[in-house]
Design a protein around this ligand. Structure first.
Ligand SMILES: CC(C)(COP(=O)(O)OP(=O)(O)OC[C@H]1O[C@@H](n2cnc3c(N)ncnc32)[C@H](O)[C@@H]1OP(=O)(O)O)[C@@H](O)C(=O)NCCC(=O)NCCS
Length: 355
């Protein structure tokens, strides 16, 4: 059996620079491993899409790889946030199936856990898709959802002292949604005259930047995270502008936003984003959806979701599906998604280890 070596990749500034080829290969390895867990390649991002994400200074990332005979066969990711609350490292270790059970995963995981400690992080969080199948199951401590016990990643994480905290459901919506305009009309009716939809594609219009910064910050605290205790991630107007400029310059993906304006106050009280790849045969990714606590109970979640789907169908038809993640205990959001036609396709498990 060949020996392996581990090194940290230099994140390239462009895919055609000297570090580009290793980065591209590491992304392919990650996609190959994740497609097994999710049971679908629909969530894979291409290297140019990943690079834009890797160069985001607000979510610093590092990537380690393992090589056998010079070829990249595994990778590990370290990601964190910046700011006062940045006590968490999000980690992932991914080994191609034919190179497992020879210590590569352990060596990589130890290395990214050590980086986390060196950077002063007090806990590690790992999100791992767990392929479905028969056999013994482990229930989520939240009481919602379960995963197959006999999986490489489950045994590995348990052996490394991680604790299962939560299960997220990956769901898929086939496009086009039948009668989507009728769904929007019905949602408008139920939300009442105080609310109206706003849409934009790409950068956030200037008049909405402050509201989007507030909603973005709430997104990091208001989505259920069980025992993971993921920190607040503060958005400011400057960060909204910077993120929009970077996306416009670097990312091949385009963000389609729908927001709800509360007409009496002139403020946005909710928004949702679809991240759309440039190739029309690929799935669209659902990003954040949030409604301010003070405005919940007016069916605004439904209004946002169907509104954005109807807008997408008008301005960018032809994509096969939308993929979304929701906490298994997030009944309000799941109710909305199930009513629109999302169906479950996979489980993602969330684990915590105090460092
Ligand atoms: C989890 C993963 C990274 C492990 O990689 P690996 O290179 O096989 O890990 P190691 O060889 O270092 O295994 C370390 C220990 O994990 C446990 N383990 C791993 N796979 C196991 C399996 N199929 N059954 C039982 N225990 C297993 C064992 O305790 C093993 O030690 P041992 O071989 O001495 O018994 C790999 O299976 C993988 O890439 N899975 C998909 C990606 C993923 O979900 N990662 C999430 C974890 S961050």
């Amino acid at each position: 059996m060949s020996e392996f070596t581990i090194d940290e990749l230099t994140i390239p500034s462009a895919l055609d620079d000297q570090h580009g080829a290793d980065f591209i290969r590491a992304i392919e390895v990650g996609n190959e491993v994740e497609a097994i867990g999710y049971g679908t390649p629909d969530l894979a991002y291409e290297a140019d899409e990943e690079l834009a994400i890797f160069l985001n200074p607000h979510e610093p990332k590092r990537m380690l790889v393992a090589r056998v005979d010079g070829e990249i066969v595994a990778r590990a990711l370290y990601e964190t946030t910046v700011g006062d609350d940045a006590d968490t490292a999000w980690l992932a270790t991914e080994v191609l199936p034919e190179f497992r059970r020879r210590g590569i995963g352990t060596a990589l995981a130890e290395a990214v856990e050590q980086i986390s400690r060196d950077e002063g992080k007090t806990k590690a969080v790992v999100y791992a898709p767990i392929a479905e199948g028969p056999g013994e199951r482990i229930p989520s401590p939240t009481g919602f959802g379960s995963i197959v016990a006999d999986r490489d990643e489950v045994r590995f994480l348990q052996a490394r002292g991680y604790r299962l905290e939560q299960i997220e459901r990956l769901s898929r919506l086939a496009l086009p949604v039948p009668d989507v305009d009728a769904l929007v009309a019905a949602a408008r009716e139920r939300s009442g005259p105080d609310y109206r939809l706003q849409f934009w594609v790409g950068s956030t219009p200037e008049r909405w930047r402050a509201d989007i910064a507030e909603l973005g910050t709430r997104m990091s605290t208001d989505a259920p995270t069980a025992g993971l205790e993921e920190p607040e991630d503060v958005w400011t107007v400057e960060r909204v502008i910077e993120a929009d400029e970077r996306a416009a310059k670097m990312s091949p993906r385009v963000r389609h936003a729908a927001a709800v304006e509360h007409i009496p106050s002139g403020r946005l009280v909710g928004y949702t984003i679809l991240s759309v790849p440039k190739q029309v045969h690929r799935a669209v990714d659902q990003y954040a959806t949030i409604v301010m606590r003070e405005h919940r109970g007016h069916k605004l979640g439904m209004l946002l979701k169907v509104g954005n789907l109807a807008h997408l169908a008008r301005v960018r038809p032809g994509h096969p599906s939308v993929m979304t993640f929701n906490a298994e205990e997030n009944r309000h959001m799941l109710d909305v998604n199930e009513a629109v036609g999302f169906v479950p396709v996979a489980n993602e498990s969330a684990w915590r280890k105090d460092l």
